[in-house]
Unconditional design. Structure first.
Length: 229
């Protein structure tokens, strides 16, 4: 009995380390901490996340299956990069899914969820006034996650979570452009107003306009083909 309990405890610890390493590396990829197309080595990652090579290998297999990284013979594991066509498809799908989620949020959001959205938007307003771009981006991501949660539509949410659009935006973002983008705050205000007034059609339209505007601000062409100036 004791042997079995010990084995169960070891298995639980192994799963915990795997999950922690997975979440840590996934967050690093989504944050832009590693450049698109960069090679990932097991030795470096095992040291960074303090796990065994077998655990990290399992993490990389999982991330490969989910599309965050690619694995090729003789090239190893690399961070995912997207062609212009792939990027455009993903961002188009994001417009459709996130707009639908906003519409559902207008129908289903609780009073508490609406208040949380208000607080996040107030935080973003303060960040813009202070010129804190990093904090504004953090609030922006939180706002979109809150809209998704307020929709209470699991199927749409699961489809949305598979899109990998943060990786696309990281690869094609225009680093020379001002952030937050002009009009971004007002677009978020329009989304919240539609949700507060329980207007699904307006919420769909406001979110679609917001996501489309963000897409149009990206540099949707490979670095080697970027126009001068």
């Amino acid at each position: 009995m004791e042997v079995r309990e010990h084995a169960d405890a070891q298995d639980k610890t192994s799963r915990t380390r795997h999950d922690e390493a997975y979440e840590g590396l996934r967050s690093l990829l989504l944050s832009g901490g590693i450049e698109p197309g960069a090679r990932l080595t097991e030795a470096e990652l095992t040291s960074r996340f303090n796990v065994s090579r077998s655990t990290m290998r399992s993490v990389l297999v999982r991330l490969t299956q989910e599309g965050y990284v690619t694995s090729e013979v003789n090239r190893g594991v690399r961070t995912r990069s997207f062609s212009v066509e792939e990027a455009a498809d993903i961002l188009e799908a994001r417009e459709v899914l996130e707009s639908a989620l906003a519409g559902k949020a207008a129908e289903r959001a609780t009073a508490e969820e609406i208040e949380e959205l208000r607080r996040t938007l107030e935080f973003m307003e303060d960040c813009e006034a202070r010129g804190d771009q990093a904090a504004y981006s953090q609030g922006n991501r939180k706002f979109h996650q809150q809209v998704k949660a307020a929709a209470h539509q699991r199927t749409l949410a699961r489809a949305y979570d598979t899109l990998l659009y943060p990786l696309v935006m990281r690869q094609y973002r225009n680093l020379s452009a001002h952030h937050p983008r002009a009009g971004s705050l007002e677009e978020h205000q329009a989304i919240l107003l539609a949700i507060v007034t329980r207007n699904p059609e307006a919420a769909v339209a406001a979110m679609r306009h917001h996501v489309a505007s963000a897409r149009q601000a990206l540099l949707l062409h490979p670095p080697s083909e970027q126009p001068p100036g």
